[in-house]
Design a protein around this ligand. Structure first.
Ligand SMILES: Nc1nc2c(ncn2[C@@H]2O[C@H](COP(=O)(O)OP(=O)(O)OP(=O)(O)O)[C@@H](O)[C@H]2O)c(=O)[nH]1
Ligand SMILES: [Mg+2]
Length: 392
């Protein structure tokens, strides 16, 4: 079932029942007077927010909804029954816009109940129209129609923080590790096709599909899902460590946010350099703490001592050949290690330059993260909690 966060419905409150014309029929009363009762009130339409609903699927297959009409009045001055109210359960975060009234109702809290449309009043029975000059009125009034309208029902999640970033940046993986959520993870773009929520110690985090350049013009999955982060306190922006240009990535996403709603740029933000282990370098080097890249065990040099010319002369033919082979192996290994070291140094240099440029551009520090490093995950949780606890 596709995710549903928008529907347009025709909704109507009940019509009031009509008043009626009736007469008293009692044996003891010669000329029975008017006894027509009033019509019952039409049912109201209420909307109620429920935290147990997360989509608008209840409203997927129907567009017309109406509360019950009131019953017509009855004899013996009896009122008709009121129509039953229609109570529409909607997810917390639903925004209702009534086109005809140009009115918006926001359902922001679990259990919040709002009157959407008022039912029509019942009409009056002829009992009301008796006067000194008219003892047998034939007059009654009809019930009023209920309020009605075309309602745009738009679900916008209420989350404390939301993830943004390119596809494959690791948003869903992060949501899953922080919360009870089970957002689909895959090593390809656009794994996430619909928003997901997760609970982080009582705070709600929202994962939305990845963005790409041109999303605002409909590229990729577009930007329609950004509505789900318009109500968040802040944004968690993920940038993949392996990217060649962090500033460019950052700016591309921010441009798309801006095109959707420039208020999004005003939100606080945590910038995360994600999947840092993918750089393939010693993580300590990146944090500035600890030693420069340690060459791992596989890369350690074999024990080998170069012989002097004098020592060489003393060797026989076979020993010389063996020594030559060992020397060659040693030199190759040495070169290999140097190359690797140079390559790693280059990666680190690029990474550091990237971070520096981004921090300058965004005017804030970045957080680095690898989901495979418990310490980094713990550190990120702390940063996240601090931000969640901050007042707006
Ligand atoms: N090496 C490494 N891989 C990671 C890390 N976090 C996530 N990944 C992998 O990155 C790939 C993409 O992760 P997702 O969480 O699906 O990325 P996403 O940002 O939600 O992607 P979309 O839903 O397509 O926007 C998956 O193969 C993850 O296993 C990390 O810290 N390190
Ligand atoms: Mg995802």
């Amino acid at each position: 079932m596709a995710f549903l966060d928008y529907v347009k419905l025709n909704i109507k409150a009940g019509k009031g029942g009509d008043g009626v014309v009736r007469w008293r029929r009692e044996r003891s009363v010669a000329m029975g007077g008017p006894a027509g009762g009033d019509g019952g009130r039409g049912g109201n339409v209420y909307v109620v927010a429920s935290k147990n609903l997360h989509t608008l699927h209840n409203y997927a297959n129907r567009v017309d909804f109406e509360a019950q009409d009131g019953q017509n009045g009855m004899s013996d001055k009896m009122h008709g029954k009121s129509g039953e109210d229609l109570i529409m359960q909607l997810p917390v975060g639903t925004e209702l816009y009534i086109e005809e009234y140009d009115k918006t109702i926001d359902l922001l809290k679990d259990g919040q109940k709002e009157l959407l449309f008022r039912g029509g009043n019942g009409g009056l029975g002829n009992v009301h129209f008796k006067s000194s000059t008219n003892q047998a009125p034939e007059k009654f009034t009809e019930g009023k129609i209920g309020e009605f309208g075309t309602v745009r029902v738009n679900l916008k999640f209420i989350a404390d923080a939301g993830f943004v970033g390119f596809p494959n940046a690791g948003k869903s993986s992060l949501l899953n590790i922080l919360t009870n959520a089970n957002s689909k993870v895959g090593n390809y773009n656009f794994t996430t096709l619909e928003p997901h929520l997760g609970d982080f110690f009582g705070y709600v985090l929202a994962d939305i599909p990845g963005l790409i350049e041109g999303a605002s013009e409909g590229k990729g999955l577009g930007i329609k899902f950004l509505k789900h982060i318009t109500r968040t306190k802040f944004i968690i922006h993920l940038i993949e460590a392996n990217s060649s240009n962090y500033v460019k990535d950052y700016k591309t996403i921010r441009d798309e946010l801006n095109k959707f709603n420039k208020e999004l740029l005003k939100k606080k933000e945590i910038i995360v350099i994600s999947k840092i282990d993918n750089l393939g370098v010693d993580l300590k080097t990146l944090t500035g703490k600890g030693k420069i890249t340690k060459v791992d065990k596989n890369n350690s040099l074999p024990k080998f001592k170069k012989k002097t010319a004098l020592q060489l002369k003393k060797l026989n033919k076979d020993e010389k050949l063996l020594y030559k082979i060992e020397l060659q192996e040693y030199e190759e290994k040495l070169k290999d290690i140097k190359d690797k070291k140079a390559f790693q140094d280059l990666i680190i240099k690029n990474y550091k330059a990237n971070v520096k440029a981004l921090e300058k551009f965004a005017k804030k520090k970045v957080v680095i993260l690898s989901l495979y490093d418990d310490k980094m995950v713990e550190n990120f949780k702390k940063v996240l909690m601090q931000n969640l606890k901050k007042k707006k």
